[in-house]
Design a protein around this ligand. Structure first.
Ligand SMILES: Cc1cc2nc3c(=O)[nH]c(=O)nc-3n(C[C@H](O)[C@H](O)[C@H](O)COP(=O)(O)OP(=O)(O)OC[C@H]3O[C@@H](n4cnc5c(N)ncnc54)[C@H](O)[C@@H]3O)c2cc1C
Length: 481
């Protein structure tokens, strides 16, 4: 017999203390969703099963006690920190789930500038950590657009990536060690060492688990010396994406590591750079680091771009200015709601990755199909923002007017229909359906196709670590009927 809501709440009061358990109806509704369903939420529509409570945990032992109770009683647990998820990872798939909120575990525990690493609790704000480091001449190197909202636990759990990834990598390149609680209530710590070859790298069981295997309580990340005074900004307009991808490829395969390497198509470019893009693609680089490296990187990129006649240089100050305002301002959240309610115009995104040899074809087929098959679009564009030796990502951006449908029909008619096209075309071509937002609950239909024969490993991990399937049910691995 499943526990009743009252029994779950009573147990949580005993574990975490009454002051740390919230059962307010509106907060429960808001905790049943994330930004994936914001259009419904703005209209007061909450169609998912309601959680029993939100528990604001104070320490690792409380996390362990809550998870152990949930495991013994088969109660679904949805881990949460910054609540900025975009793919339904925070949706409560089952009635009476426990939302386990680590945002109060927000301490920066140590900044070790000799061994170049910082240790924080899961609810530490990335913005706060990076600001503290920059005051001392260091940086995490991690700068997702959600930096002012996201917290370290969620950033690790989603395999997030930031704007300077081409130099510093994604979060998986930054995490040194971790502490996490698994469903049996066991607390596991992976020590902080520069490298080891003592078996598989078990950090990767935790990084990217999206709350489906364990709750991350503590994280140690690398830190880097920060030299903003050496930054060199470069910008160009050009005729087509294919040339842009080729330039990105040449920069990467020749071993240059600008911190930023971005390519916008004309529609996305016009949205960001209307003052100079003039319906052309836009290519942007930032070279950073110690002066000789930053200078050499910028010079080499200029040489590569110069070999492509269609590229026209833009005043670097325009790029520098644009960058300073790229991150999401939390004040935007309220303004966004007002705008969406007034205009019924919604923006959503889907991000994928693929090797150089197929990326332009994926871009073209997705753009064509979305344009032909989806009604009411007001903007359809894309950009590449994270490049690698062997390929790059594509971030499709689409705005649409919600016409002739109820709030709860918006996703099916527009966002999911567009996502389906992009995911299917990407998998068909041999790319990955998901570059950095996580699988959440709405790309699970394609997870077997995404993994192919290696899906076996994913399923085994889930059944080994979470045999009772209590961790964030329906995320990464689809709900069984
Ligand atoms: C405006 C905006 C811009 C964004 N830009 C970027 C970007 O540039 N790059 C990028 O990668 N992402 C971006 N995102 C997505 C989002 O910010 C990231 O996915 C981020 O990692 C989420 O962190 P969070 O603390 O808010 O996690 P949450 O939203 O609280 O949770 C995200 C997921 O992680 C799980 N989780 C959270 N905490 C834990 C924990 N302690 N242990 C285990 N699992 C946990 C949750 O169950 C959920 O599945 C953006 C989102 C927004 C709204």
């Amino acid at each position: 017999m499943p526990l009743k809501r009252k029994q779950i709440v009573e147990a949580l009061y005993n574990i975490a203390g009454k002051d740390h358990v919230v059962t307010d109806e509106q907060i429960l509704k808001e905790s049943s969703v994330d930004r994936f369903r914001r259009f419904e939420a703005y209209h007061g529509v909450y169609s998912l099963p309601m959680p029993a409570a939100v528990v604001y945990v104070k320490n690792t032992h409380d996390v362990a006690a809550v998870i152990k109770f949930a495991n013994e009683n088969r109660v679904n647990v949805v881990p949460r920190t910054g609540h900025s998820a975009t793919e339904g990872g925070l949706e409560t798939a089952l009635e009476n789930s426990i939302v386990l909120d680590g945002s109060g575990m927000n301490q920066i525990l140590a900044i070790d500038t000799y061994n170049m690493q910082a240790t924080v609790q899961c609810g530490a704000s990335l913005q706060e950590l990076d600001d503290r480091l920059r005051e001392q001449g260091y940086t995490t190197g991690h700068s997702p657009q959600s930096k002012p909202l996201a917290q370290l636990g969620g950033l690790v759990a989603t395999r997030s990536i930031g704007q300077f990834s081409t130099l510093y990598g994604g979060i998986e390149d930054m995490v040194v060690g971790l502490e996490a609680v698994f469903p049996d209530g066991g607390i596991t710590r992976i020590k902080n060492v520069p490298r080891r070859a003592a078996g598989p790298d078990i950090r990767h069981v935790i990084i990217g688990n999206e709350g489906t295997l364990c709750f991350i309580t503590e994280i140690t990340v690398k830190i880097y010396k920060y030299f903003p005074e050496n930054n060199q900004f470069l910008g160009y307009t050009l005729d087509n994406m294919k040339t842009g991808f080729e330039i990105l490829r040449e920069v990467m395969v020749n071993g240059y590591r600008p911190s930023v390497a971005r390519l916008y198509d004309p529609e996305d470019g016009a949205y960001h750079f209307s003052h100079f893009a003039e319906d052309r693609c836009v290519l942007i680089f930032v070279a950073e680091g110690v002066k000789p490296i930053a200078d050499a990187t910028a010079t080499a990129i200029e040489d590569i771009v110069d070999r492509h006649d269609e590229c026209v240089k833009v005043d670097p100050k325009l790029i520098e200015k644009w960058f300073a305002h790229l991150n999401w301002d939390p004040a935007n959240l309220a303004a966004e709601k007002v705008e969406i309610m007034e205009t019924k115009n919604v923006c959503n995104t889907t991000e994928i990755s693929a090797n150089w040899g197929i990326i332009n074809d994926i871009y073209e087929v997705c753009m064509q199909r979305v344009r032909n098959e989806i009604p009411d679009l007001t903007l359809l564009g894309g950009h590449s923002s994270h490049s690698y030796l062997n390929g790059t990502n594509l971030y499709f951006v689409y705005f649409y007017n919600v016409v002739d449908c109820k709030p709860e029909e918006e996703l099916t008619k527009y966002h999911l229909a567009i996502k389906k096209i992009i995911v299917e075309e990407t998998i068909k071509a041999g790319g990955s359906m998901c570059h950095h937002h996580g699988v959440g609950k709405h790309r699970t239909h394609w997870i077997q196709k995404e993994y192919g024969s290696s899906y076996y490993i994913l399923k085994k991990l889930k059944s080994a670590f979470d045999p009772n399937n209590i961790m964030n049910m329906g995320t990464i691995i689809p709900l069984e009927k």
